[in-house]
Design a protein. Sequence first.
Length: 527
Amino acid sequence: MANKTLGMQKVRQILLFLKRDVSERSIAEQTGVSRPTIHSYRGIFETSGFDYDTLLKLKDAELYELVKTKKKGPDQPPDVRKLYFLEQSDYFIAELRRVGVTRLLLWQEYLKEYPEGFSYSRFCELLDIQINLKSPTMLFKHHPGELLEIDFAGAKLSYVATSTGEIIACPVLIRVLPFSGFGFAKALPDASLAQVIPALNDILNYFGGVPLNAKSDNMKQWVVRSCRYEPTFPQALEQWALHNHIGLLNTRVKAPKDKPSVENQVKIVYRRIYAAIRNETFYSIRELNQGIRKALEVHHDMNFQKKSFSRRELFTSQELPLLQNLPEHPYQFNHLTRAKVQKNYHVVMGEDWHFYSVPYHYVGKEVNIIYDTEAVEIYYQLERIAVHQRNYKKHGITTLLEHMPEHHRRMAVQRGWTPDYYLKQAADNDPHTKEFFEKLMKSKISVHQAYGPFLGIMRLIKEYGGPRVETACKRALTGNRYNYKVIATILENKMDQLEESPPEESPIPSHHNNLRGPEAFTNKMEH
């Protein structure tokens, strides 16, 4: 027992536990006093000649004198075992950082050098004390119902596709309430935001309530732009948060210790879930999640290490009552589609048949389009590459200048590159030119595809003059092809200068003796 006497409040606490016949292990857990110290105090109390009730009635000064006189005096010889351990503590801590080195291995090596050394449990206890002294960490004090921590497990789980026999790997999203350790895990088809948000709904339903805040690291599904003071979250995630009245938080960049609970939960999931189902074969993601859920329930019902209660008991008794109520309806993430970026660096959203631009270097890539009534977000893999206000105009087009190649951008600024601009130029030349421009525009999948022909025809106006192009457009409107080449061919061949032939007369005369009109039949009926 150390020379320093415990405070009287702590001594009375130990006395009370001993009176109730609580084990030394449990007393150590509840008071934070080491088991050897508790054992020493038990000896003092048992040899004092007083029962526990009498000891509890003593004044602090009397109890202090009793404990002090019974303790080992200052002339106690030094603990040689502890001195040897402390001399080696820096070596032990350094070795633990090496791959594959465990406490058990170090203890075994320690006993070879010092056979009279401490037991394994005492060795670990002293080692923990030295580690905490040499590398203190911030203590996170969590309050019930305050925070939900979220992360993806590093390792994936898998199932076998029955149709092909292919092994399908699935990312696993993990969430935990740090106060109670009550968590949730679910395998997802992929790690996209479209899958994450419904999974977040599942966790709130599983908890039966909503915590005040949700925190994750700077994964792309959670943070669009990292900032220490004011990060930017995806719009869909912000809408989910507003719907559920939950605050969005993120950790510092490359600072996993900012969310230690979920980092520890990942390790627990590996031990309690991954290990438990490692020999099972699943044939759908639904079966896989059923296996995860079964193992999770077992984990929640197990008592904490060195505690007499489980995570479920702690959550139900102290955290669940403090959670916010669930919204009347879960957040609906309704709209998700895929598209390929066209050569004109636009994608079409089929519901409205409207075109939206993306940065031109994504041409040919497959992207996800996530949209609601207000906005359209476009993602390549897990990165948001464009966001637009939703436009319901059929066959319309929404383009941002920053998405264009540099030469297109210059031309757009120079020319006022919009459909209205070109239609105005055509109307200035005369009505048939405008009508041809309109038909040309409607014949294209994307309005952008008409800009090149528009520029060509406007150049023909400068080369051949407005009247000739107007006549050429009038002639071209009688056909069913609407492009630059049609107008250029008419002008090159001077077909616009040909006089229009009058309609040919019918070879059948309008009056003939053999032709009878309706009056002939009328006369016949009268007779």
